[in-house]
Write a protein that binds this ligand. Structure first.
Ligand code: PHE
Length: 460
């Protein structure tokens, strides 16, 4: 312990307050996953039924893992690779595996960030009609020049914030963006709900349909939870390592999960009724999933709102931009911190190396929509981005989570985490938490892994 503390003490960045840490955790958590995946899943799995399942999972399983990761980071004062290898050198592989996840996600996440920048600028400069035009989205994402430009603009914005430092960059940016994000989410939800026909859609979103409850729903809710809470990829370990030992971990992680859930819920409240109005979901129409929901369906819904279309389009894409940027910033920070801890380079040099990698890998993955479109790595119609998304979210994150639980629950034994949590707060549920980490979480994670990977090996 002394060794960890001493190593961390002289150069490690730090949050200025608990609020800084909570907002940073929430900023990482709230992202594209909240804005498009959550509403899509909720609409598919019986609205309220899915929301309720998600809520239960997030506040049991989700916060248990959040607590584990942040306490591990704070205990070791290291980003993931150092955290695991300091505790048990043989487990360095787990640190490397966790560290690989943000390196895979960052480049493709920034490609989508670039799409958001493009939409925002188009709404501002050209107005809603251009964005609504048939084929606008498809034409843009396959553009062999401008997609790269917008991706790099988005990356540079995030890199600048990280370059300003943990306190002066990330914390300050979050202090502005996160409250605004919340205000915009509430504002757009209220506006959408006031539109004719929207209340029918809200009913569809909120009223539980228990006939939709199924193991598949639970697996999807779990997968969404991992992604949405930025678990199993070293981010929360890194963020925990910047936290002072006097700040309570239990209340912090509960606040982070709460913030994340509120934004997901609001996203559903604006998107499901909007899609409902556009498509008449009640009459058996299906809601577009993933990117086309946000980039095709919603602009059309906004377009039908007359004079408000431009304002609402701009506010909505500013909201999406903030959500995407704050998450991308956390990813870049995690990668930078991993490089820095591994090489002992300066923070600036580590960020530079991270930036070069992210830009190069982003260009490669983006080529999957133009020069490399023939690749179709997961079957007809799929692109490199889909492949890396599948690899990180469906395969690597569950594997990392499983090994993390085994490591903490069985190899190290939960006590060291419990002690770390108790340094700064009461932890009366420690016994339950230990059972969660040792038994329940591994079983759930194996279920996700099997459900994600089996269909790839044995396509039906
Ligand atoms: N949690 C973010 C979201 O919901 C995504 C993300 C994943 C961010 C991994 C950082 C790391 O979109």
């Amino acid at each position: 312990m002394a060794k960890h503390a001493a190593r961390g003490a002289h150069q490690r960045a730090a949050w200025s307050s608990k609020l800084g840490f909570i907002l940073a955790g929430a900023a990482s958590a709230v992202g594209l996953g909240n804005l498009w995946r959550f509403p899509t899943l909720a609409a598919k799995y019986g609205g309220g039924t899915f929301i309720f399942t998600y809520f239960v999972l997030a506040f049991t399983f989700g916060i248990s893992l959040l607590l584990l990761e942040t306490a591990l980071g704070r205990h070791t004062r290291q980003s993931v690779i150092g955290a695991y290898s300091d505790l048990r050198p043989r487990w360095k592989f787990l640190g490397i595996l966790s560290a690989a996840v943000p390196f895979i996600i960052t480049p493709y996440y920034c490609i989508i960030g670039g799409w958001v920048v493009k939409y925002l600028t188009s709404y501002v400069a050209e107005g809603p009609a251009s964005v609504m035009a048939d084929g606008f989205f498809g034409a843009f994402i396959t553009d062999p020049f401008f997609t790269y430009v917008f991706m790099i603009i988005f990356m540079l914005l995030c890199i600048i914030v990280v370059a300003l430092g943990v306190k002066n960059g990330i914390e300050k940016a979050n202090m502005v963006m996160m409250p605004l994000l919340l205000v915009m989410a509430v504002g757009i939800s209220v506006f959408v709900l006031m539109q004719p026909g929207a209340l029918e859609g809200a009913k569809y979103y909120l009223v539980p349909d228990f006939s939709k409850f199924s193991p598949e729903l639970v697996i999807n809710a779990l997968g969404q939870m991992f992604y949405s809470l930025s678990l199993a990829m070293g981010i929360m370990v890194t963020y925990g390592s910047y936290l002072d030992r006097k700040e309570s971990l239990t209340t912090s992680v509960a606040s982070i999960a709460g913030f994340d859930l509120v934004v997901s819920f609001l996203a559903g409240l604006m998107i499901v009724p909007a899609a409902f109005m556009a498509l008449g979901l009640g009459e058996g129409g299906t809601m577009a999933a993933g990117p086309s929901l946000m980039f095709v369906t919603l602009p059309q819904v906004f377009g039908g709102m007359g004079g408000a279309a431009q304002v609402i389009g701009i506010v909505f894409f500013v909201l999406v931009l903030f959500a995407a940027a704050t998450s991308a910033i956390s990813l870049i920070e995690a990668c930078t911190s991993i490089i820095q801890d591994g090489t002992h380079w300066s923070r600036g040099a580590s960020l530079l190396a991270c930036s070069v990698f992210v830009i190069a890998a982003g260009c490669f993955i983006n080529a999957g929509y133009n020069a490399l479109i023939w690749m179709e790595p997961l079957g007809p119609g799929t692109q490199l981005l889909d492949f890396f998304d599948f690899l990180s979210n469906s395969v690597m994150m569950p594997i990392v989570a499983l090994f993390t639980c085994i490591f903490v629950g069985w190899v190290m034994k939960p006590k060291f985490i419990i002690d770390e949590v108790r340094v700064s707060s009461k932890f009366s549920l420690a016994g339950l938490w230990a059972i969660m980490i040792k038994v329940i979480a591994p079983v759930l994670v194996i279920a996700i892994l099997v459900a994600n990977v089996l269909p790839m090996i044995f396509p039906s």
